[in-house]
Design a protein around this ligand. Structure first.
Ligand SMILES: O=C(O)[C@H](O)C(=O)CO
Ligand SMILES: [Mg+2]
Length: 262
C-alpha cells in the first residue's frame, strides 16, 4: 500500500491544532501535512512532529490573504515582490521542519489579467523559487485544482496546464502535485493519467467525489486506484486531504483496512 499521510487542516479538526499531531500518530500515520505552518513558530511545529515521530511531508507557500479569498499570488504580476519574500519564509520553515517539498498555489486569475501574462508571471516566479529551493535540496510542487466546484477562476486547473507550466519552468526540482479529487472532477480516467504523469509527480493527495469526503463516500474506486499507485514507480507520499463526513475516527475505515493486509 502507498505511504499514507494525514492532512491536519482537514483531518482531526475535532481537536485544537496542536493536538492533531498526536491524534494522527495514534491513528497510525507516519506523515502529516497542513495548508500553512506560518501561524506557529517553526520550532514549536518541529517539536510536535518529533514528539510524535512524524514526518512533515508538505506545506504550501503563503497564498496571499486566504480569508479575503486569495488562493495564491504566484500568477499575479503586481505581487512578485511579495511572492519572493514568501519563498524565503517558506525555506526557513522547510529547513526547521525537515520538510522536503513545498507546494505553490498558482492563484485565481483576475478577469482583467491576460492568460499569457498570468502564465509568464507564474513561470518566472516558480523558476525563482525552484532555483533557491535547489540550493537547499528542496522540491517545489505545483497542483492543478478544480475550477468547477472549489476554485472557479483558478489558473492551473488541469494536469495539461500544470505540465505546460512545469515544462516552461524547466527545472529538475519542480514536480506535479496530483490530487485525485481535483483530477476526478476535471478529467477522470485516473489510473491512465497517473501512469502517464507518474514520472513528473512529486506528491499525491485524495478525497472522494462528490463532496470531498473520505474514500467510500463517492464515485472513486479507491481500492483500484491505491493498488494502481502501488504498481507505479512512485515512492512519494499519498495524503488524505478530505473532510470527514461525520468525524475523523469514523472516516478512517479505508486506512484501517490497509493495516489488515499482510
Ligand atoms: O485544495 C487543495 O487541494 C490543496 O491541496 C491546497 O493546498 C489548497 O487548498
Ligand atoms: Mg490538494
Amino acid at each position: 500500500m502507498p505511504r499514507f499521510a494525514a492532512n491536519l487542516s482537514m483531518l482531526f479538526t475535532e481537536l485544537p491544532f496542536p493536538e492533531r499531531f498526536a491524534a494522527a500518530a495514534d491513528a497510525g500515520f507516519k506523515g502529516v501535512e497542513y495548508l500553512f505552518p506560518y501561524d506557529w513558530p517553526a520550532q514549536q511545529l518541529a517539536q510536535w512532529l518529533a514528539d510524535n515521530g512524524l514526518t512533515q511531508v508538505l506545506f504550501n507557500l503563503p497564498a496571499g490573504d486566504w480569508q479575503a479569498g486569495e488562493r495564491g499570488i504566484a500568477c499575479l504580476p503586481d505581487r512578485i515582490a511579495a511572492f519572493r519574500e514568501d519563498v524565503f519564509m517558506a525555506m526557513e520553515y522547510a529547513q526547521a521542519l525537515d520538510c522536503q517539498q513545498v507546494n505553490c498555489l498558482a492563484g485565481l486569475k483576475p478577469d482583467e489579467l491576460s492568460s499569457e501574462v498570468a502564465f509568464t508571471t507564474l513561470v518566472e516566479n516558480l523558476r525563482f523559487a525552484a532555483d533557491l529551493f535547489d540550493a537547499q535540496g528542496l522540491t517545489l510542487t505545483l497542483e492543478a485544482i478544480n475550477s468547477r466546484v472549489d476554485m472557479p477562476g483558478f489558473l492551473v486547473d488541469t494536469s495539461a496546464t500544470a505540465m505546460a507550466v512545469i515544462e516552461a519552468v524547466g527545472r529538475e526540482n519542480i514536480r506535479l502535485q496530483y490530487d485525485l479529487y481535483h483530477m476526478q472532477i476535471m478529467e477522470g480516467d485516473l489510473c491512465r493519467s497517473l501512469s502517464q504523469l507518474c514520472p513528473h509527480i512529486g506528491h499525491i493527495q485524495f478525497a472522494d467525489n462528490p463532496g470531498r469526503n473520505e474514500p467510500g463516500s463517492g464515485e472513486i474506486h479507491f481500492d483500484t486506484v491505491f493498488a494502481h499507485i502501488d504498481s507505479l514507480d512512485y515512492a512519494g507520499w499519498v495524503s488524505a486531504e478530505y473532510r470527514p463526513l461525520t468525524d475523523t475516527a469514523t472516516s478512517l475505515g479505508w486506512f484501517n483496512a490497509t493495516k489488515q493486509e499482510p
